[in-house]
Write a protein of this length. Structure first.
Length: 257
């Protein structure tokens, strides 16, 4: 395995505007002192709410931290009231767009067809999709791998060329006290990596794990994943730094990209 270790943070809608701004400021300061991040061995991205994106971009200006959006419109600019287009996000400097999260699929009835349209919109604007995939029910690892690979193919149907960041998040593990077992995660991510390697249009894609991810997991998973996607655990900057330290240790064992 080569290349940087990727750590992402989604704030969902837990923070109000001022609380988010304070978090951005503290994280920006501490990340600026983190050698692995400043050296590029660890790649960190933060996904706040739409309204918090400008404040995040300002806070992380001058740092290697990238900013993402929690969703993106499936439609081009036009008469689509309430939507936020990929073109506008790209104009602001947004680098990532989270697409297909289990909450979007469950609460807002987003189908694979909708997710595929959003992936295409993001890639078309030069934004890297953070494509969330994962089985709903607690299946055996091989069955979970089959279901998740099928979801991946459906979500990338007719997508423009470009790398994607696949976030494997088994739905049954999101918000749970513990992440999925390491053996389960590695079985699924291995299958996802094989599927991605068979898609040359998406060369350079990476796979990260989310779903109650926290300290110690990255060390346990090693090179079976390219990084982690954190949720509420990262609300505490100290906890985030702990994971970045673990990512740094893992990156030190890898060959340069």
């Amino acid at each position: 395995m080569s290349g940087p270790v990727v750590v992402g943070v989604s704030l969902k809608t837990y923070f109000g505007h001022q609380q988010a701004a304070a978090w951005f400021t503290e994280v920006a300061q501490r990340v600026g002192e983190h050698f692995a991040v400043t050296a590029g061995d660890v790649r960190l991205f933060v996904i706040p709410t739409y309204l918090q994106i400008p404040a995040a971009l300002d806070a992380f200006a001058g740092t290697p931290v990238a900013v993402g959006a929690q969703d993106v419109s499936a439609f081009p600019p036009g008469a689509f009231t309430g939507e936020v287009t990929a073109d506008e996000l790209a104009e602001l400097g947004v680098a990532y767009a989270e697409v297909g999260h289990a909450e979007r699929r469950r609460l807002f009835a987003e189908t694979d067809e909708v997710v595929a349209a959003k992936v295409a919109a993001a890639l078309g604007a030069g934004i890297t999709p953070v494509l969330c995939v994962g089985e709903t029910d607690h299946l055996a690892a091989r069955d979970a791998a089959t279901a998740t690979v099928a979801q991946l193919h459906a979500d990338l149907e007719d997508a423009p060329a470009g790398p994607v960041l696949v976030a494997y998040e088994p739905v049954w593990a999101i918000g749970a006290p513990q992440p999925a077992p390491a053996a389960h995660i590695t079985t699924v991510t291995r299958a996802l990596r094989t599927a991605l390697h068979a898609l040359p249009a998406h060369a350079g894609s990476s796979i990260i794990y989310g779903g109650s991810a926290g300290p110690g997991l990255l060390t346990e998973l090693g090179d079976h994943v390219d990084g982690l996607f954190l949720g509420r655990f990262a609300h505490d900057p100290d906890a985030l730094i702990t994971v970045l330290d673990e990512a740094s240790a893992l990156a030190a064992k890898r060959e340069p990209a």
